[in-house]
Write a protein that binds this ligand. Structure first.
Ligand code: SF4
Ligand code: SF4
Length: 231
């Protein structure tokens, strides 16, 4: 089997069950300096995400096919080969307030936990981020995993300051999303960031926000309606 890494072809001369096994084979037998990340080897840590034929995959769970083209995730600085620098994640998560801001109760009920269970499964692999076409044209867009985490904390039953979460995602946030669904398709944890963003838009409406793109529409007389100007 042959696979290409950043346009360079490698022949794998043994059976491999996962792309990660193929990468380790290449490093041990062909290219000792080949750079790639991995951690748990069981789809839990999210460290080994790469692009395969233009789609994001965890290399420890993907079964490679002859002719596969492997590349690093998009939008992060490339450190070496398939290794990217994800250190900007931290600042991004802070920017969109992905933490509880105050408490109105100490404990979550089992029913409360169920409401955010799927969002809690995010392993920060950044597959959704790499798959998102909006970041290509707007690098300041918060992107799917950050917005999913904002949603998780905004609807947390303990959170007494829901509006603060909603306020923070109005600019370069929920309204910049095209609802294309690429993030949802890319997620190895079956997290549906697109739906989380739709839910955040509905919550935003509750606080009086509307899609600012309406402001750019011409309603015939150039009235320049500013739906968000009141708030
Ligand atoms: S649905 Fe929105 S966040 Fe998800 S990939 Fe598309 S534009 Fe990006
Ligand atoms: S939402 Fe899914 S694809 Fe995005 S970082 Fe989390 S686990 Fe990875």
């Amino acid at each position: 089997m042959n696979i290409e890494i950043n346009n360079k072809s490698y022949k794998i001369k043994k059976a491999v069950a996962t792309l990660l096994e193929a990468l380790i084979y290449i490093k041990e037998n062909i290219e000792p300096v080949l750079g790639f990340d991995y951690g748990c080897k069981s789809g839990v840590c999210g460290a080994c995400a790469v692009r395969v034929n233009g789609k994001e995959k965890l290399s420890c769970t993907y079964t490679p096919q002859d002719g596969d083209k492997i590349e690093p995730l998009r939008y992060y600085p490339i450190k070496r080969d398939l290794i990217v620098d994800k250190s900007s994640q931290k600042g991004l998560l802070k920017r969109v307030k992905t933490a509880l801001l105050s408490y109105n109760q100490q404990m979550l009920t089992p029913q409360d936990e169920l409401k955010t269970q799927i969002q809690s499964d995010c392993i920060l692999c950044s597959s959704c981020y790499s798959a998102c076409p909006v970041i290509e044209v707007n690098p300041n867009f918060a992107g799917p995993f950050a917005l999913t985490k904002t949603y998780k904390y905004a609807i947390d039953a303990r959170e007494a300051k829901q509006k603060e979460h909603i306020d923070t995602i109005q600019s370069n946030g929920i309204w910049d999303c095209t609802l294309c669904g690429e993030c949802t398709l890319a997620c190895p944890q079956n997290i549906d960031s697109k739906t989380d963003i739709i839910n955040l838009r509905n919550l935003s409406a509750k606080y009086g926000y509307m899609d600012p793109n309406f402001n750019n529409m011409n309603f015939g007389g150039g009235f320049g309606l500013d739906f968000n100007g009141r708030f």
